[in-house]
Design a protein around this ligand. Structure first.
Ligand code: PMP
Length: 364
């Protein structure tokens, strides 16, 4: 079997156990004579799949009862629009955004199409290489919420201390750190993310929304499909959902439970990230691009200290030949980026560091 170590930022590596299970069930899901891809979303079988998936993510994350779990289509990008539409358009039409990378910036720009979006903090002055102090921000008096992208996938930063929102609901895009560590859901109004990084195949976003933030009236100027209430009332079965993806995410939730849950996942993720960052920090050839205390445990960008583009291209080509895929940095940052999500084994990171050491010897 020719599996590589896949360092892609997303769609990304999935647990092999999960892929094998899906393979075994592909032709005949538990004796029903068809695959989950062919099954009615109104069938008993699928009903059990989606209910179990919801129960398992609730269990894994410790989601309080007053939060809805919504399985949505359109990716995290459509949620960028749903947030202002559901949380603000019918209220004060004002929200505050903390912009620490391109994903937060995109969400901010999208909100500006519907409401007054204020940028109350940004790290763009230093190309998003750090997290600003978020302890005392000029939160707008009538802001309906404060928004963060908690892990910026491209720049490789994480907000570790949540902002002081001065009582406003906190909305967080956690796409690239979903289920990588325990989170206190009760500190957030909305937590959401696309699943294609740490959770499942591309094609689904999961939004965890505090019930009191879901408008109960029909919002005349918001398409029915973009109202949280539509999906909350129908238990994510308003129309045909991405059944296959919900099934795969459900398997990943069970895999996480078997691995020991999010605390164990966090321990493993920190261990893996430390191996890589420790190597980068002592290296004469490579440099991390992010301020140390703000570094992401999931996405690790690095460049050659000399800024040598040819050498970086060589690194990407030679690492690929050695069985490590997708180490090229995002087009807006350049250099290299290793995304080391939950399903990346420690052996993959060790292999990368061994390769880096060899490469450094060869080209120093
Ligand atoms: N937010 C973050 C943090 C992301 O990394 C991405 C995708 N790379 C998105 C949002 C957009 O996600 P989607 O492609 O699911 O719309």
């Amino acid at each position: 079997m020719g599996r590589v170590y896949n360092f892609s930022a997303g769609p990304a590596v999935l647990p092999e156990e999960v892929l094998k299970e899906a393979q075994e069930e592909l032709m005949d899901y538990r004796g029903c004579g068809m695959s989950v891809m062919e099954m009615s979303h109104r069938s008993k079988m699928f009903d059990q799949i989606i209910k179990e998936a919801e129960a398992d993510i609730r269990d894994v994350m410790g989601i309080p009862d007053n939060y809805k779990v919504l399985f949505l289509q359109g990716g995290a990008t459509l949620v960028f629009s749903m947030i202002p539409m559901n949380l603000s358009m019918h209220k004060n039409k004002v929200a505050d955004y903390i912009v620490t990378g391109n994903w937060g910036k995109k969400a901010f720009q999208e909100a500006g199409r519907f409401i007054t979006a204020n940028k109350i903090a940004s790290s763009e002055d230093k190309t998003f290489t750090y997290i600003p102090d978020l302890s005392d921000l000029p939160v707008t008096d009538n802001a309906d919420y404060v928004y963060i992208c908690q892990n910026e996938t491209v720049y490789g930063t994480t907000i570790r201390t949540l902002p002081n929102t001065k009582g406003k609901p906190l909305v967080a895009d956690v796409s690239s750190m979903f289920l990588s560590e325990p989170m206190d859901v009760s500190k957030y109004g909305v937590i959401y993310g696309g699943v294609q990084k740490n959770v499942g195949p591309a094609g689904l976003a999961i939004a965890i929304v505090r019930e009191d933030l879901i408008p109960q009236e029909d919002l005349a100027d918001v398409p029915v499909y973009l109202q949280f209430k539509t999906h909350a009332d129908a238990n994510s079965l308003y129309n045909t959902p991405n059944c296959w993806d919900i099934y795969m995410c459900g398997k990943v939730f069970k895999w996480l439970k078997n691995m020991g849950g999010l605390e164990e996942m966090q321990r493993r993720n920190i261990e893996k990230a430390k191996i890589l960052y420790d190597y980068i920090d002592q290296s004469d050839m490579f440099t991390g691009t992010v301020r140390k205390e703000d570094r992401s445990v999931m996405n690790v960008p690095f460049v050659t200290t000399a800024g040598d583009k040819d050498l970086e291209a060589k690194f990407v080509a030679e690492s690929q030949a050695a069985g490590m895929e997708n180490l090229k940095g995002h087009r807006s940052v350049g250099g290299m980026r290793a995304s080391i999500y939950n399903a990346m084994p420690k052996a993959g990171v060790e292999k990368l560091v061994d390769f880096m050491a060899e490469f450094e010897k060869k080209y120093k």
